[in-house]
Design a protein around this ligand. Structure first.
Ligand code: MN3
Length: 197
């Protein structure tokens, strides 16, 4: 059985950038629904119960067709959101330091140029999806709850949920305001720890 992970901060901890109402709805309702529906799917598929989530998602092609779409959508939702909560912090914002900061400068010329490109791709996602900073420092997007690990990439270093459910209560249709605000809560300490060039 998969379970909803606890947040490492309170629902109201991200303050003016992402409200308590959004965080509670997003975590307790949306993420919980992915977990519940994933469990229903796995429950009906003998032999899959013991598999870790990453193994399920990196081996979608090997799954029985009857559960493949559910694992992709609900399992992807569980995986992406579990990481998303960790990529934010009330102590976030600023810029990445250390090796990651230098590598981003080298690849994008500056931190701001990286932010601009990530933001541009976030605004370009049509409908629901995610934008990612991958382990090779490339930026990419996926539709729905797809995740880079489903196509053989390493685990992403950072990702941003651009589904309307992630921002509509605070920002209505203004995804650009949400994306710009989000940089203030990015947990660069966590992202930097996961960077292993
Ligand atoms: Mn979401």
């Amino acid at each position: 059985m998969f379970t909803l992970p606890q947040l490492e901060y309170d629902y109201d901890a991200l303050g003016k950038y992402i409200s308590k109402d959004i965080m509670e709805l997003h975590h307790a309702k949306h993420h919980q629904a992915y977990v519940d529906k994933l469990n229903v799917a796995i429950d009906a598929a003998p032999g899959l119960q013991e598999r870790p989530l990453e193994t399920l998602l990196t081996g979608l092609d090997s799954l029985p067709e009857a559960v493949r779409t559910a694992v992709r959508n609900q399992g992807g939702g569980h995986y992406n959101h579990t990481k998303f909560w960790q990529w934010m912090s009330p102590d976030g914002g600023g810029q990445p330091g250390g090796a990651l900061g230098m590598a981003i400068d080298a690849k994008y010329d500056s931190y701001q140029a990286f932010v601009d490109e990530f933001t541009r791709q976030a605004l370009g996602v049509f409908g629901s999806g995610w934008v990612w900073l991958n382990s090779d420092l490339s930026i990419s997007t996926t539709p729905n709850q797809d995740s880079p690990i489903m196509t053989g990439e390493n685990a992403p270093l950072l990702g941003l949920d651009v589904w309307e459910h992630a921002y509509y209560l605070d920002y209505k249709n203004k995804r650009d305001d949400y994306v710009h605000a989000w940089w203030n809560v990015v947990n660069w300490d966590r992202v930097t720890q996961e960077y292993h060039p």
